[in-house]
Design a protein around this ligand. Structure first.
Ligand code: CA
Length: 229
């Protein structure tokens, strides 16, 4: 269920907004000061914020600006004065929409739904652009840096992940230990080509059914390693 945070000091208005949004199956929380609203907006996961402009303490301008520093969720700003809306626009605070009081609850719900749908489409399309490398049961999500073997998630250290990904992205290519060390480790990092051997061993323990007969990372004696396809 999508969660909405209403930051509004007028209790009657906040309650009315909450009632209508709950009828549309949204989960709604209310905070009545800028400070409390901002704290919750930053520390919790909401899908949309309805933000009143005139608030005691930290005002809506500041709350909007601070949320935008770290979050891209839709923010609907509400104000009693038409001039304020022009001011908000002029300041470029990053609010997604502006509504002037008084507004009809159904208009608010319609706008909330539209912004929510657009936001979820955006987030969804970002998820689909994750770069995936997939070879025989191994699925490497380069964006999320997650690896699953036959659907089971395995944890890798940063260098193990980088090494596995590099090999999997160059299937059947034989790399020497020197080449792998240069590729994955900085030249000035502590360690030597023995580090590569140690990491290959650890990766195999996680991905191979039988480490004595590796199905994925093959040792080419006297040369190095390759990822078999
Ligand atoms: Ca107010």
């Amino acid at each position: 269920m999508s969660r909405i945070l209403i930051i509004e000091d007028e209790e009657a208005i906040a309650d009315l907004e909450k009632d209508y949004l709950e009828l549309s199956e949204f989960e709604v929380e209310i905070e009545n000061t800028g400070d409390k609203g901002l704290a919750r907006a930053l520390s919790e996961d909401f899908d949309l914020i309805i933000l009143d402009l005139m608030l005691p303490g930290v005002d809506g301008f500041e709350v909007c600006r601070r949320i935008r520093e770290t979050k891209d969720i839709p923010i609907l700003m509400v104000s009693a004065k038409k001039e304020d809306i022009d001011k908000i626009r002029g300041l470029g605070l990053g609010a997604d929409d502006y509504i002037t009081k008084p507004f009809s609850p159904s208009e608010l719900v319609a706008r909330v739904k539209a912004h929510m749908a657009r936001y979820h489409r955006l987030v969804g399309s970002q998820a689909q652009t994750n770069e995936i490398v997939e070879i025989r049961g191994i699925r490497i999500d380069k964006t999320a840096r997650r690896v699953t073997i036959d659907g089971e998630e395995k944890t890798f250290t940063t260098k193990e992940f980088d090494l596995l990904t590099f090999l999997a992205e160059h299937p059947n290519h034989v790399f020497t230990k020197e080449e792998l060390f240069r590729e994955i480790w900085d030249m000035d990092s502590i360690g030597d080509i023995a580090t590569v051997t140690v990491h290959i061993k650890k990766i195999r323990e996680k991905i191979e059914f039988d480490t004595a007969k590796p199905q994925y990372i093959e040792t080419i004696w006297g040369v190095g390693y390759r990822f078999k396809v």
